[in-house]
Design a protein around this ligand. Structure first.
Ligand code: 5GP
Length: 190
């Protein structure tokens, strides 16, 4: 998606060879017009797939997921992060290792929002090693729902996420594929 790549080049900050900061338009301040285009781009790729729900993870997945949900006309569920879980009834629960925080957290979705009848599009802001996507897939599988694919705003293609997800048979659609974060510069794969 050209507008997204231009925005990354203009306002993304290369923190290290592993981490890109995009808090000017996605992770802290949000560019609504760009997010609308992001939602449209996801919808274009998954429109005929019979999707009934979108699932993402708080907080940074919510903006692109809501915009895709608006385009596809389906509800959006965001998995919530818990430090500790006191009430475990009626929740699907999984653990996720956070790439940016380098710590493990528990995520959950209420069972009342997802069922075996659902066909789900997973959306997240970044794909690195695939831990967040795998945890979301775990939650969706607990509900017995099926998965149409995984929509990613920014994929870091030099990390393992896509390979892992594709090896398990999932369709991965990324709107920007970062080839490298070298010498303080972002380069794209295509
Ligand atoms: P993964 O679980 O695929 O290893 O990492 C994806 C998750 O970690 C995303 O939900 C995202 O929030 C965060 N993340 C991974 N890499 C980056 C990055 O380079 N920049 C930012 N801002 N977040 C990242």
């Amino acid at each position: 998606m050209e507008a997204l790549k231009q925005k990354i080049l203009a306002e993304g900050i290369v923190i290290s060879e592993q981490v890109l900061k995009v808090d000017a338009f996605l992770n802290h301040q949000i560019d609504p017009a760009l997010m609308q285009q992001v939602g449209h781009a996801f919808a274009e790729r998954f429109r005929d797939q019979g999707i009934t729900k979108i699932v993402t993870i708080e907080a940074s997945g919510i903006a692109p997921a809501v915009m895709a949900g608006l385009e596809l006309g389906v509800p959006v569920i965001f998995a919530r992060k818990y430090q500790s879980l006191t009430l475990k009834d009626n929740l699907y629960i999984s653990k996720v290792f956070s790439f940016t925080k380098q710590s493990e957290s528990t995520i959950a979705i209420s069972a009342k929002h997802l069922s075996a009848a659902d066909h789900v599009l997973v959306i997240d802001d970044f794909l690195a090693n695939g831990h967040a996507a795998k945890a979301l897939i775990d939650l969706i599988s607990q509900a017995g729902a099926s998965i149409a694919g995984i929509g990613i705003v920014i994929e870091k293609s030099f990390q393992e996420g896509r390979t892992l997800l594709e090896s398990e048979g999932y369709r991965v659609e990324s709107l920007a594929r970062v080839q490298a974060l070298a010498d303080g510069r972002v380069t794209f794969l295509d």
